[in-house]
Design a protein around this ligand. Structure first.
Ligand code: IFM
Length: 481
């Protein structure tokens, strides 16, 4: 299957269009959301911020860390738009107490970070690196000391390079190694970390990393999609089982990048509907269905079938304590007869506001996905584990008076509240992200933080959105625009 025409930026829009429109950031649209009964979130709702190891830590050679696929990818000429790398990032490996202060300073009760697998197992497997564990142990203690609950993601795309050299996620063995790593982390940190997220956005890693070549490991081979999807799902199931066997009392979930796939020109252009459904099966269904129903959607089955072994679907269908939902945008899909997959990125409605990536801004897409999770997948507890928006792409300083970000967040939180009022069990919301960081192939050009960072000094400066979000976390009351 190829996905001609679909790139990250084109997943839902055209970046050039957004730039031409001169967007300061994310103009929020109040979509056709139901009228809210009230704007008060429950007192026990968890307000947090999210980050990822590779985007923030830096110190990529410190204390015995092994190389990851992102170290190798970022060094390829032209792979990263501004030619940067993540060797410093936010310097959080050394400045983690400042990060913890910022989280606590906003009154947030939770911080989602990821653990760099190559710090723990520099070769992907075998000998555990105590110095790597020690860093996360100190980070966890710093958070707990400040009354912040750690939510630790195990795999946020930084696979040990040594495992990629053995086939990466196309190889079944990688799923087993993830489970070993998950068990080791549980044994070392499970006394203090109670909330774990196994995978972050497996669909993004599978498609952008293995089909489009825009993310590490930088492969462009559509034939890898089935194996990679299945082994990520299998690794997740094996990890949940291994973690439960290692320790009771944990809250274990996994995070997906959920996006409604809308046919371009609907409802008139009915011919785009099958392409949108095909994309949906691949992007959403291929991860939701095995986890909650123990089966792949029909449209994804042929891709994964050669890898399926007896018992796999039972292993993947592990009960989870929550589903993490990351949402930024819906995507528009059209039929493309010139592509073997028949799927191509379409154009959102012309009037739709766009984010810096050129993606449509529409909180109703979040409500759609939360409704679907409630109605079709047994209404699991959900955390919104990422939502936020970038400044317009720029090499310059961040926008500190970021009203556009506040508007974006407010509109998406209205969608969250609407879903809760309809019966969704949403337990918390994590803003992506705490501090402007290294945004993968976009380098430092994209800034999602509540806090700006001076790349020369590493100094952190809270933005207007930080103050607004702190106020929301304190009261739970969502203000009006
Ligand atoms: O920065 C990323 C993150 O790593 C995964 N979810 C989307 C974010 C913004 O693009």
């Amino acid at each position: 299957m190829t996905m001609t025409g679909i790139t990250r930026r084109r997943l839902g829009g055209v970046a050039a269009g957004a730039a031409a429109a001169g967007l300061a950031g994310c103009a929020a649209k109040t979509g056709p959301l139901p009228v809210l009964k009230d704007r008060q979130f429950p007192a026990d709702f968890t307000w947090g911020a999210a980050s990822a190891a590779y985007q923030t830590e830096g110190s990529t050679e410190a204390d015995g860390r092994g190389r990851s696929i992102w170290d190798e990818f970022a060094a390829r000429p032209g792979a990263i738009i501004d030619g940067s790398d993540a060797t410093t990032a936010c310097d959080s490996y050394r400045r983690y107490t400042e990060d913890a202060d910022l989280v606590a300073g906003a009154g947030l009760k939770a911080y989602r970070f990821s653990i760099a697998w190559p710090r723990i197992f520099p070769d992907g497997a075998g000998a555990l690196n105590e110095a790597g564990v020690d860093y996360y142990s100190r980070l966890v203690d710093a958070l707990l000391d400040r009354g912040v609950s750690p939510f630790a993601t195990l795999f946020h795309w930084d696979l040990p390079l040594a495992l990629q050299e053995k086939g990466g996620w196309a190889a079944r063995d990688t799923a087993l190694r993830l489970a070993d790593y998950a068990a080791a982390i549980t044994a070392r940190l499970g006394d203090r970390v109670k909330n774990f997220i196994v995978l972050n956005e497996a669909a993004v890693h599978a498609v952008l990393g293995h089909v489009l070549g825009e993310h590490a490991p930088g492969l462009k081979d559509a034939a890898l999609l089935g194996p990679v999807i299945h082994h990520l799902n299998l690794g997740q199931g094996l990890s949940v089982a291994a973690m439960r066997a290692a320790q009771g009392g944990l809250s274990i979930g996994t995070t997906m990048a959920l996006q409604p796939a809308r046919p371009q020109g609907a409802p008139l252009a009915f011919w785009n509907r099958p392409a949108a459904d095909g994309f949906d099966a691949l992007w959403n269904g291929a991860f939701l269905d095995p986890l909650f129903k123990g089966a792949y959607p029909a449209a994804a089955l042929a891709m994964v079938e050669p890898m399926l072994q007896e018992g796999d679907l039972t292993l993947i269908r592990q009960p989870v304590d929550f589903l993490g939902v990351n949402y930024y945008s819906p995507t528009t899909i059209r039929l493309d007869l010139s592509s073997p997959s028949r799927i191509a990125a379409g154009e959102p409605p012309a009037a739709a506001p766009r984010d810096a990536f050129g993606r449509e801004i529409d909180p109703s897409g979040l409500l759609d996905m939360l409704t679907r999770v409630r109605e079709s997948y047994g209404n699991p507890v959900v955390y919104i584990t990422e939502n936020g928006c970038s400044d317009a792409f720029s090499d310059g300083p961040a926008v500190l008076d970021d009203g556009f970000r506040i508007n974006y967040l407010r509109a998406h939180l209205e969608a969250v509240k609407a879903a809760m009022e309809a019966g969704s069990r949403i337990a918390g919301f994590f803003h992506w992200t705490l501090i402007d960081n290294w945004e993968w192939a976009l380098g430092y050009r994209s800034k999602f933080g509540l806090v700006a960072m001076d790349r020369t000094t590493g100094a952190r400066t809270p933005k207007a959105s930080y103050v607004w979000y702190a106020g929301l976390a304190a009261s739970g009351l969502l203000d009006e625009a």
